[in-house]
Design a protein around this ligand. Structure first.
Ligand code: PLP
Length: 232
């Protein structure tokens, strides 16, 4: 099933790229495997997937140990500062940095472990109360401050758009965050690169690609519905 789902997702990504006049190579598909057993990740791996996304540190660590070493692991979930140390050298990219305190901890641990850590700033672009992420207004200030910290590299922005039935409703948010990332790039802040725009999930990744996403995070569309009752 994973293999068939992946080929469907792949076709949709290609079609969205074509509609937007973009190259397929501009968009990275992250297979969001949270709550799913290693056997399913293995299937995705065999189908060629090397980018996996997880939202819990412990679960990512367990899967990291069980899966092949050429995988890039993406931390996409809300991150507590006391867990940052476990990700050092293991997370290829931390998508969910939404405070200076968290950036400081990632920096401090990166220095301690002698690694460079790539991060994205998570923006709550729709201003939803239920969501993590910094407000659009505060983003430039956070980027400017975090950019001064050693051993972290800000690579771009991430957002989780509202849950909607009609993905067209999120187009405006994807466009907004794209504009925000262009504004930040124009400021040419030292140590800041705005090459990654992580946005779009199962319900809206095609619209996100049309609006400039360079990373889409697809879970359900690849692995099926999640059952949170099930323990790994
Ligand atoms: C779970 C999750 C996804 C994937 O969601 P689907 O709707 O299953 O594709 C993407 N991004 C984040 C941050 C997530 O937590």
């Amino acid at each position: 099933m994973v293999k068939e789902n992946l080929s469907d997702v792949e076709n949709r990504i290609k079609a969205a790229c074509e509609r937007a006049g973009r190259e397929r190579s501009e968009v990275t598909l992250i297979a969001v495997s949270k709550t799913k057993p290693v056997s399913m990740l293995q299937e995705a791996y065999e189908a060629g997937i090397r980018e996996f996304g997880e939202n819990k540190v412990q679960e990512m660590m367990d899967k990291y140990d069980e899966m092949p070493s050429d995988i890039h692991w993406h931390m996409i979930g809300h991150l507590q500062r006391n867990k940052v140390k476990y990700l050092m050298g293991k997370a290829a990219l931390i998508h969910s940095v939404d405070s200076l305190r968290l950036a400081q901890e990632i920096s401090a641990q990166s220095v301690r472990h002698n690694v460079e850590t790539d991060i994205l700033i998570e923006v709550n672009i729709a201003g939803e109360e239920s969501k993590f992420g910094i407000s659009a207004d505060e983003t430039i200030r956070l980027v400017t401050e975090a950019a001064k910290l050693p051993n972290i590299r800000i690579q771009g922005l991430m957002t989780i758009a509202p849950y909607v039935e009609d993905p067209e409703k999120n187009r405006i948010y994807f466009r907004k965050i794209r504009e925000l990332s262009v504004d930040i790039a124009d400021k040419k802040i030292d140590n800041v690169c705005m090459s990654i725009l992580s946005m779009g999930m199962t319900g809206d990744y095609e619209v996100a690609i049309e609006e400039g996403a360079t990373m889409v995070r697809v879970g359900t569309g690849i692995f099926g519905e999640r059952d949170y009752e099930l323990k790994l």
